[in-house]
Ligand binder design. Structure first.
Ligand SMILES: NC(=O)c1ccc[n+]([C@@H]2O[C@H](COP(=O)([O-])OP(=O)(O)OC[C@H]3O[C@@H](n4cnc5c(N)ncnc54)[C@H](OP(=O)(O)O)[C@@H]3O)[C@@H](O)[C@H]2O)c1
Length: 365
């Protein structure tokens, strides 16, 4: 039996109230603040994960009960690193062979490097598989919307980030035009240079205006670490596909309520093989998990107990390799899902038809 552990933290107020409904009656900020003083704890025992190859794994969720925005504000070395190391030691004591870092626990600080240095077991951010599944999901969504990627403009929101850089490199060669979006022009220029150096046919541009970039794009991949919504219903062109990988999400729920001609899908959602039971409600239906959790499980099932993805640089060869390992063990990108629900085929068909009714040409922006 292979063993892994994964660190989770609350992303929305719902994550507190799902577990403790009584908290609904208290102010959000007071609840978040009170929980942020609690130490990390084991939240569940994960059972039943079984690879197509027959290898089995068990694992544990360790919760660091701190909201995303607080995690960004707290000093990393003095406060967050000791908490993450404490979570890691719980994983070690439980017998885990590898530790995965969830959501903002790998965005803060040096993206897992110091956590890995302070533990006896290897650590992974899960970002290689997140990148692979984000790009695959966005391209799958595009094809379902009759967008030919090779003729399309794609925007990567958060292109200078860890996942954004790797996803931009993976999209180069797939689309006609790539718009790299972020807040700092200097960082975007560097990414643009790296992507251009790949020598593909894709035209590369940069933008610090998220809405303007979305307005000219057929495919929008959101991978920013913004803690609030960046895209509203009026920001997207008819027929666009938006793959939202960011947690918390970058795309407003209003987009899917109000734009019947735009396909919004959750990125990085994976179907896990076997009769897996996470024994913890993290907002997903049974058998599904985020790509970063899946990467940790795949590495355990492959007996690759090593620091697979760490730091800001996500290696292109690892993105390709983890995609193959996922297939080998029976993990797959979930069908089209949005806000944790699957999107029925008829709905996608209706979106496609509505988009065809009002679609502009991809070069008209
Ligand atoms: N679904 C999953 O399985 C999964 C797995 C892993 C991570 N994630 C999520 O993916 C996201 C990205 O993670 P990461 O590690 O790549 O983060 P990161 O390295 O910190 O990169 C964040 C990027 O977002 C940009 N950004 C931040 N605020 C912005 C704003 N207001 N407007 C425009 N751009 C903004 C940053 O640009 P500047 O530096 O210029 O500000 C940077 O390019 C996070 O939300 C994370 O939780 C999801």
């Amino acid at each position: 039996m292979e063993r892994f552990a994964f660190v989770l933290h609350p992303l929305r107020f719902d994550d507190f109230t799902r577990k403790f409904p009584i908290l609904r009656h208290l102010p959000e900020s007071a609840v978040e603040k009170a929980f942020s003083h609690l130490p990390p704890f084991k939240a569940s025992h994960i059972t039943g994960a079984k690879s197509k190859t027959g290898v089995e794994a068990e694992g544990w969720f360790i919760v660091v009960p701190i909201a995303a925005h607080l995690m960004l504000d707290l000093p990393f070395r003095e406060v967050m690193l000791p908490k993450l190391l404490r979570a890691g030691r719980i994983a070690e004591q439980l017998g885990a062979g590898i530790l995965g870092l969830g959501a903002f626990t790998k965005v803060i600080g040096d993206r897992g490097v110091s956590v890995a240095n302070g533990l006896r077991i290897p650590v992974t951010t899960g970002n290689s598989y997140t990148t692979a599944s984000a790009v695959d999901g966005a391209l799958l969504g595009a094809r379902r919307m009759d967008i030919a990627p090779e003729d399309a403009t794609a925007a990567v929101v958060g292109a200078s980030g860890a996942i954004g850089r790797a996803a931009s490199a993976a999209l180069a060669g797939e689309v006609r035009r790539l718009v790299l979006v972020g807040r700092q022009e200097r960082k975007l220029l560097q990414v643009a240079e790296d992507v251009q150096a790949l020598g593909t046919h894709t035209t590369v541009e940069i933008s610090t205006d998220v809405r303007a970039a979305a307005a000219v794009s057929d495919i929008v991949l959101t991978v920013s670490s913004a803690t609030g919504v960046l895209l509203e219903p009026g920001d997207l062109r008819p027929g666009a596909v938006v793959c939202d990988v960011a947690r918390p999400r970058n795309v407003s729920e209003k987009v899917y309520e109000q734009r019947r001609d735009v396909l919004v899908i959750d990125g990085g959602v994976i179907e896990v093989p076997g009769e897996v039971n996470f024994n913890f409600n993290f907002g997903f239906p049974p058998g599904y998990a985020e790509a970063c959790i899946a990467e940790t499980m795949i590495l355990a099932l492959e007996r690759r107990y090593e620091p697979y993805t760490l730091g800001l640089d996500i290696r292109a060869d690892r993105v390709r390799e983890i995609r193959e390992l996922a297939k080998k063990h029976g993990f797959s990108v979930a069908g089209f899902r949005r806000f944790e629900r699957s999107i029925p085929d008829e709905e996608i068909e209706a979106i496609r038809k509505a988009a065809r009714g009002g679609k502009r040409s991809s070069t008209s922006a």
